[in-house]
Design a binder for this molecule. Structure first.
Ligand SMILES: Cc1cc2nc3c(=O)[nH]c(=O)nc-3n(C[C@H](O)[C@H](O)[C@H](O)COP(=O)(O)OP(=O)(O)OC[C@H]3O[C@@H](n4cnc5c(N)ncnc54)[C@H](O)[C@@H]3O)c2cc1C
Length: 317
């Protein structure tokens, strides 16, 4: 990366907050991660364009985050620009059984607002701690149900041309925890979703049941980023990890949760390297015992030692 005066961003007319060497542990559900060289929160589309243009002109890598709940940032941090889209771009409106929501809308908040309006159907999404865009980009959900099933359209900004694009569900290639949006080519601005009519009372009691169920099966008392590995074809990563005897394994302050084996929790001031090493150990033993090679579900950024980078495949820009 060429050397540059990152403070120049403040002179471009960018209106939102800008931080330099901002610790990423403040912006991830893992409470882990070293500094981002530049960290900014655009207030509107114009700000977003300014930030993207700045990153292009200065030749610095750029990465978009929502709530950072599926993210592992290395201890060295990210030598580039993080653009946070959460708490901004958060308007929404209901139109019959449809909802149009801004990218940065908190998904749980939207689920509750939709429930008040008698709209539901996305049971799998209750308790997912991300933004609307993060959930659509990741096609978040359960093993069988996912956000893509509810998406009608997405409006996004092309990161290279800075043009607006409207993409329909069929353009988005939703697959298990994947979509075409997951390539970093676009920034999602707004999403149209289709839900189903139900009585609000019934919805709220169902939401309570689902949240209770999550508390029983997920280790919500420690910071985490949800499931660390993708489910392989016809198997559950958590079951393989449990059957391989990894529950309770630790590395530094990271632990394979005794509650849910596919969660590696930050139980005691874990560093990113602890999580990475533990993922490596788990992956090795599952491959030895069952011949299955687990792939990370987490999004991973920053610099990592070669032996971990090989399977973590971090985004460096
Ligand atoms: C306790 C816990 C439980 C969880 N349970 C589930 C679950 O049941 N199912 C599930 O699927 N996941 C689950 N997760 C993982 C995570 O919450 C989801 O993947 C969530 O959808 C991520 O949203 P986010 O806003 O935090 O995205 P981030 O983690 O910030 O980003 C995720 C990806 O989306 C991209 N992105 C974010 N916003 C935009 C945007 N506007 N435009 C373009 N790209 C963008 C990022 O670049 C990154 O690649 C869980 C996590 C935790 C901590």
């Amino acid at each position: 990366m060429k050397s540059m005066d990152e403070k120049l961003l403040a002179k471009t007319g960018f209106k939102g907050p800008i931080f330099y060497s901002e610790p990423m542990f403040r912006h991830t559900s893992y409470r882990i991660g070293g500094p981002a060289r530049i960290f900014c929160v655009p207030q509107d589309v114009n700000d977003l364009k300014i930030a993207l243009n700045f990153s292009y002109q200065e030749g610095i890598p750029c990465y978009i985050i929502g709530n950072g709940t599926n993210l592992l940032v290395s201890d060295e941090g990210f030598d580039g620009m993080i653009i946070k889209i959460s708490g901004v771009f958060n308007g929404f409106q209901f139109l019959g059984e449809r909802v149009i929501a801004g990218a940065g809308t908190d998904l749980s908040f939207l689920i509750h607002q939709a429930a008040k309006n008698g709209l539901f159907g996305w049971h799998f999404a209750v308790g997912i701690p991300g933004t609307v865009a993060g959930a659509v980009v990741m096609n978040a959900g359960s093993s069988t149900l996912h956000m893509g099933q509810h998406v009608v359209k997405v409006w996004a900004l092309d990161c290279q041309t800075l043009d607006f694009v409207e993409m329909r569900k069929e353009d988005l290639c939703f697959q298990y925890r994947k979509s075409i949006l997951d390539t970093g080519k676009w920034i999602v601005l707004e999403v149209e979703l289709l839900l189903q009519r139900e009585e609000p009372e019934k919805i709220f009691s169902r939401i309570e049941e689902l949240l209770l169920r999550r508390k029983q099966v997920q280790p919500l008392n420690y910071p985490s980023a949800g499931s660390v590995f993708r489910n392989p074809d016809n198997a559950y990563a958590g079951k393989l990890i449990e059957d391989a005897g990894c529950k309770g394994w630790t590395e530094g302050g990271a632990m394979v949760s005794p509650v849910h084996a596919n969660f590696i929790v930050n139980y005691k001031g874990a560093r990113a390297i602890d999580v990475g090493r533990l993922m490596g150990r788990v992956r090795r033993v599952v491959e030895e015992k069952f011949g299955v090679c687990l792939e990370p579900e987490l999004k991973i950024i920053g610099n990592w030692p070669d032996e971990l980078a090989e399977f973590l495949r971090p985004y460096r820009g």
